[in-house]
Design a protein around this ligand. Structure first.
Ligand code: G6P
Length: 604
């Protein structure tokens, strides 16, 4: 959603806040700002757009102080301009906020009745006014926080500072994440440990409902009942290195190329390469008796869940349903007692996924999560955590997190299939042996040096692109279309190939590119018929297939990309690569901001 940072200490904070914000830019880049307290006054610098704009603004002026707060925004309420950029200031108070104040309209009206008008379109500004009003009425910071938190509703991570108390930073957390890093005579706050790891590795996490008064020497944390509470100090695993693109032009390109390696790491963390034995973390239930598995996720992680449904049902015969996180808790899902719910999230912080997870927990589900950030909120609130070892994923469009999710989910389905007796040892070995070859198969696709130039030029000048797949590769068609939309801004739709005739075929006219994800598998004959239907309407086909498939269909396709042959259960992992590369190369042709596409954020 947004990234927030605060520092209180004895040395100048501005550049360090900026550096921490850079590590949080994945959370939003619509605008950014920093406030400090200088000579008992709030000073502020803000800029619309990316942090580099704020950096320039900061160079034009001086913003000094030993206490400060900063923000990088993903706009919810109010257009992304300077006025709506955080920090928001009222009187002697400055506030940064990640989340949504749900009752802001009502609070705005209450202020308007008193003749106080808001200067911005944001939901956050009311928080600054409330804090200022309470302090002006004579409340001390502790009382002010209690009054404020009983007045506002919604989701928030808040940092507040006031010129009258330049020796304290105030913080509060409900649903949105907030971490404290403990320094030596300095304290740091941020949306996640990654933002702070280069400042101090000693991290404590605020729990939901916590708030805190922070001086340069200590953090006094209160819970929802306003009782002082201890939150443990952990040593974070988050990297303190500044990410870099290495030899690549974009993080997306780098992360696509890292897949052979990180897939190898992830697989080796679950399967002993010598004995072939699969070891998963302990579950609070027996997979043998599992009546149903519910998978919930958002975005690309949701498509990983869709692929996993095929695996869990086919290999382990577990009834599996997959839900979009933002829909799940609103449809009153039937959750079978002692069932398990699996939440997939690269960041471990997507708010809809977290809320769905809490809903499932409240409804008696065993909670499993599959995350790339092991200290994330979703991981911390799970009974069992499965990890992808993808390393930090910086590009907003997810690539290596997706394929490592798939690796983990397939390993899990195979293991459970063996335990439940629904998958023969022979079949399990055949899948897993082939899976261990996945890193080299993917690496071979890079060294094949396929020509993405001509097809990406064509896609870059198209208005619509259709992606079709069947069976286990239907979700890869969806993911391919999503990748293209995200990074190239071209309208793309993914469909189950057999569904095309029920509507989407109306979009087809001469020349429309249709990307067929078509390995030679049990669905191939059907997919070929759908390809012919598209051809008959003038579509130009981009065929992703293997030797056998290409032999049968190459004459029908304008562009052909040859993939190695693998066990059909593995094709979604393998075919993720060409759809990622198609999107990446098309975006390069278009010259879009590939790593930070407009309107998106990595964690919302
Ligand atoms: C955002 C990102 C997507 C991502 C989705 C889910 O929308 O732009 O790339 O797939 O969130 O994120 P998660 O961290 O929960 O996997």
């Amino acid at each position: 959603m947004c990234g927030i940072v605060g520092i209180i200490g004895t040395e100048s904070v501005t550049q360090r806040i900026l550096a921490a914000l850079k590590r949080l830019e994945y959370r939003g880049y619509d605008s950014a700002g920093i406030s400090t307290i200088n000579k008992q006054k709030i000073a502020r610098c803000r800029a619309a757009g990316k942090l580099s704009n704020l950096e320039q603004e900061l160079n034009n002026g001086t913003l000094s102080g030993t206490i400060g707060i900063g923000h990088t925004r993903w706009a919810t309420h109010g257009v992304p301009n300077v006025e709506n950029a955080h920090p928001h200031v009222a009187g002697k108070v400055a506030v940064v906020h990640n989340g949504i104040i749900e009752n802001y309209q009502q609070l705005k009206e209450e202020f308007a009745d008193k003749g106080v008008l808001m200067q911005t379109e944001t939901d956050t500004e009311v928080v600054a006014h409330l804090a200022s009003q309470y302090l002006e009425a004579g409340m001390q910071p502790t009382e002010m926080m209690q009054a404020l938190l009983s007045k506002i509703r919604g989701a928030f991570a808040l940092l507040i500072m006031t010129a009258d108390h330049p020796d304290v930073l105030l913080a509060a957390r409900k649903s949105s994440p907030l971490a404290i890093a403990h320094g030596d005579g300095e304290m740091f706050l941020g949306s996640d440990a990654l933002a702070l790891a280069h400042l101090s590795r000693k991290i404590s996490y605020l729990e939901d409902g916590d708030w805190a008064i922070i001086t340069k020497d200590e953090a006094k944390i209160y819970n929802l009942e306003n009782e002082v509470i201890d939150r443990p100090i952990l040593i974070t695993e988050a990297s303190d290195k500044t990410p870099d693109k290495g030899k690549y032009r974009h993080y997306m390109e780098k992360e696509i190329h890292e897949q052979p390696e990180v897939i190898g790491y992830t697989l080796a963390s679950y399967r002993n390469p010598t004995t072939g034995k699969i070891t998963l973390p302990d579950f609070a239930f027996s997979p043998l008796k599992l009546p149903k598995l519910t998978i919930v996720a958002a975005g690309t992680s949701f498509y990983a869940g869709m692929v996993a449904k095929y695996w869990f049902e086919k290999l382990a015969r577990i009834p599996t349903e997959v839900d979009i996180a933002s829909e799940f808790r609103y449809r009153n899902p039937v959750l079978i007692e002692n069932g398990a719910s699996l939440f997939i999230s690269q960041s471990g912080e997507s708010l809809d996924t977290l809320m769905a997870q809490r809903y499932a927990r409240d409804n008696g589900q065993n909670i499993i999560s599959l995350v790339n950030v092991p200290e994330s909120t979703i991981a911390r609130e799970s009974d069992t955590v499965l990890r992808t070892l993808a390393g930090p994923e910086i590009s907003v469009a997810s690539t290596k997190a997706f394929t490592t999710q798939l690796i983990t989910l397939l390993t899990m389905a195979v293991h459970w299939g063996q335990l439940r007796g629904t998958l023969s040892d022979e079949m399990a070995s055949s899948i897993m042996d082939n899976l261990t070859e996945m890193p080299s198969l993917l690496a071979a696709i890079f060294s094949d040096d396929l020509d993405w130039g001509s097809v990406s030029k064509e896609l870059a000048s198209s208005r619509d692109v259709i992606y079709l797949g069947r069976g286990i590769n239907f979700p890869i068609a969806l993911e391919g279309a999503l990748k293209l939309k995200e990074v190239s801004y071209i309208h793309a739709e993914g469909y189950a190939a057999g569904e095309m005739k029920h509507g989407p075929i109306a979009l087809l006219e001469k020349g429309v590119p249709v990307v067929m994800v078509a390995p030679h598998d049990e669905w191939f004959e059907k997919t070929s018929s759908n390809l012919k239907e598209a051809l008959a309407r003038g579509a130009r086909v981009v065929l992703l297939s293997d030797d056998k498939g290409i032999e049968k269909l190459h004459e029908a396709a304008t562009w052909v990309f040859r993939m190695p042959e693998v066990h059909q259960m593995l094709t979604p992992i393998l075919y993720s690569l060409p759809v990622q590369l198609l999107a990446y190369h098309t975006a390069r042709q278009k010259g879009t901001e590939i790593d930070q596409p407009r309107n998106l954020a990595k964690s919302v």
